[in-house]
Design a protein around this ligand. Structure first.
Ligand SMILES: *[C@@H]1O[C@H](CO)[C@@H](O)[C@H](O)[C@H]1NC(C)=O
Ligand SMILES: *[C@@H]1O[C@H](CO)[C@@H](O)[C@H](O)[C@H]1NC(C)=O
Ligand SMILES: *[C@@H]1O[C@H](CO)[C@@H](O)[C@H](O)[C@H]1NC(C)=O
Ligand SMILES: *[C@@H]1O[C@H](CO)[C@@H](O)[C@H](O)[C@H]1NC(C)=O
Ligand SMILES: *[C@@H]1O[C@H](CO)[C@@H](O)[C@H](O)[C@H]1NC(C)=O
Length: 436
């Protein structure tokens, strides 16, 4: 009890105390450690982008992951299985929440955008509208069209819904529909089997063979699971009197993540995990994504070739002020879309590769963190900026935080410098890269 009262009176954020093995966490801390299932940091991003105080924004291109969703098929099954297993425990005092727990993660809801996911995208759209009213003015045509605008999604419900929510946010107040003066704008969806820009992994046979179907891809994450999760599994096995495997520990983390994003609670699955456990599970998931979608495999730094070619072609059109170039261009995709893109650009790369036996301090200080760079609704923005007719710049932001491309003198990167850095990379050919 002493620890608990200390915990209530001391700063809760730093205090995840265990009373009889039940852990209490600060929900806002956990939200930032759920790896690719972390919700978007809506309350932590700037409410406006002030870049237009110093530059004029000629064009904005955004590549956006869908917002928070229901668990995928695999996670839905894992949550149902772990619930059934926990129900066999006789130690009900360790699981005070379980008896009245309602599992909302049903198979028919799997993968669908949640209410939170809608609002993440909508509020991001509102911030764009608030930050760049002149850009939106330039997109509007004749009061009832958005002409210099494009929006593409992968072939999935959650990305199409994300586009809709985002665009409602951007164009709200510009139309005549309802009191909110809503204005609807087009959305185009790429065919599932012909989408080398967004659902890249579904359309790249070489990636499927060399990364997805390659046993070596999971090696480091599997080793780390064995190394770091065995003691967690043993502790839970002891406390709960049922056999808990390291895979079950993963499922508990999954349940914890979705109960945070769907129920705003840390009092269910999360209460079985200590703060250290959560950091461990976060790194294990990072290892998995690092090898599957990022620097862990050389091919991952090439597969966004067609996407970056497309983005840079648009930037060039804006820089050269070509007739009718798109002022606002949106693409709605998935974790792999934002990670392949960042990996192609060399962003958030650790100097040493991430491996299972990394030291604690190297793990704590790693740069590659999906909880920061691949959350739900995470995004990469390309801004084409001008000082005057001749001085042009490109600025890149990841989830609304400016980043510096290696080789650029500044976050606001001179256009010629930006082009020179990317030129060698853009000689790539997606057909060559993806055909085995
Ligand atoms: C029940 O679990 C708690 C941890 O939550 C543990 O402290 C306690 O010893 C367990 N009780 C039994 C009878 O195993
Ligand atoms: C795929 O899309 C490209 C344009 O992006 C088009 O030229 C091609 O015909 C499409 N292929 C199929 C099989 O639909
Ligand atoms: C747990 O596993 C041990 C062997 O590792 C086995 O003897 C025991 O029956 C299992 N208990 C349950 C409840 O499955
Ligand atoms: C990690 O393991 C590799 C071999 O798999 C070894 O070369 C390396 O020195 C180890 N690193 C640490 C920090 O133990
Ligand atoms: C554009 O602005 C820069 C300073 O930012 C100045 O040095 C340059 O002369 C200007 N060019 C023109 C054409 O006005």
């Amino acid at each position: 009890m002493k620890i608990l009262s200390l915990c209530l009176f001391v700063i809760i954020q730093w205090c995840a105390a265990s009373v009889l093995g039940i852990y209490h966490h600060d929900i806002d801390w956990i939200r930032q450690h759920l790896a690719s299932k972390s919700p978007y940091p809506t309350t932590r991003v700037p409410s406006v982008d002030t870049i237009t105080k110093s530059y004029s924004l000629e064009q904005l291109q955004l590549v956006i992951r869908h917002g928070t969703r229901y668990p995928s098929d695999g996670d839905t099954k894992d949550i149902a299985d772990i619930l059934a297993l926990l129900q066999t425990s006789k130690n009900t005092s360790a699981l005070p929440w379980l008896k009245s727990y309602q599992n909302i993660y049903t198979p028919e809801r799997s993968g669908m955008l949640s209410g939170l996911g809608q609002s993440e995208e909508y509020l991001h759209g509102r911030r764009v509208a608030r930050s760049f009213p002149e850009l939106i003015d330039a997109v509007m045509d004749n009061g009832d069209l958005a002409l210099r605008f494009s929006s593409y999604t992968s072939s999935s419900e959650r990305t199409a819904q994300s586009a809709m929510a985002f665009q409602l946010g951007v164009f709200q107040g510009r139309g005549q529909l309802s009191k909110a003066k809503q204005f609807v704008t087009p959305i185009l969806t790429y065919a599932r089997d012909n989408d080398t820009l967004i659902a890249i992994d579904d359309n790249c046979p070489a990636w499927r063979a060399q990364v997805h179907d390659n046993d070596a891809t999971d090696l480091q994450a599997d080793q780390y699971r064995l190394l770091a999760e065995t003691s967690i599994a043993d502790r839970l096995t002891m406390d709960l009197g049922i056999n808990i495997t390291t895979k079950d520990v993963d499922s508990i983390y999954t349940g914890c993540a979705f109960d945070v994003t769907h129920h705003d609670t840390v009092d269910t699955f999360c209460s079985l995990l200590s703060r250290e456990d959560i950091l461990t599970l976060e790194f294990r998931e990072d290892l998995s994504y690092y090898y599957k979608y990022s620097y862990g495999n050389k091919l991952n730094s090439k597969v966004a070739c067609a996407l970056v070619q497309d983005l840079v072609k648009e930037i060039e059109a804006a820089a050269e002020d070509k007739d009718g170039y798109d002022k606002l261009s949106l693409k709605f995709g998935h974790t792999q879309t934002v990670l392949f893109l960042q990996t192609f650009l060399g962003l958030h790369q650790d100097p040493e590769p991430l491996v299972a036996n990394l030291s604690k301090s190297a793990i704590d200080n790693r740069i590659f963190r999906t909880s920061k760079i691949a959350t739900f609704a995470s995004n990469v923005a390309f801004q084409m900026l001008r000082k005057n007719k001749s001085d042009k710049f490109v600025r890149i932001l990841v989830s609304e935080t400016p980043v510096k491309l290696t080789g650029c003198s500044d976050e606001v990167c001179p256009y010629e410098q930006f082009k020179a850095i990317l030129e060698p990379l853009l000689k790539c050919d997606i057909q060559e890269i993806c055909n085995e």
